[in-house]
Design a protein around this ligand. Structure first.
Ligand SMILES: [Zn+2]
Length: 91
């Protein structure tokens, strides 16, 4: 696991995961990372595939642990100022 320290792209992601504003050092590191990323199509493709695999795994986890996923999803929605999902309507 990469250390999520400030001044790195991983640090930028860690701020985002924690729901807090990014610091100037992390914003600069993320901008530099994205500049390099845009120059390397093979790296972009690998990372897009890795992101797709990650999202597919998360959806599979959500199916395996549906009640926990719904609870966590509602917590995250409320933390971002959205209402919890009305699951009586969507089932
Ligand atoms: Zn930072």
């Amino acid at each position: 696991m990469t250390a999520d320290v400030c001044g790195t792209a991983a640090g930028h992601s860690a701020h985002y995961r924690r729901g807090e504003p990014t610091c100037p050092e992390c914003r600069a590191a993320q901008a530099a990372y994205k500049r390099q990323w845009r120059k390397d199509p093979a790296k972009r493709q690998r990372e897009n595939l890795a992101t797709a695999a990650n999202q597919r795994a998360l959806w599979r986890l959500a199916e395996l642990y549906r009640a926990d996923f719904e609870r966590l999803n509602d917590e995250e929605r409320v933390a971002l100022g959205l209402a919890p999902i009305d699951r009586e309507v969507n089932r």
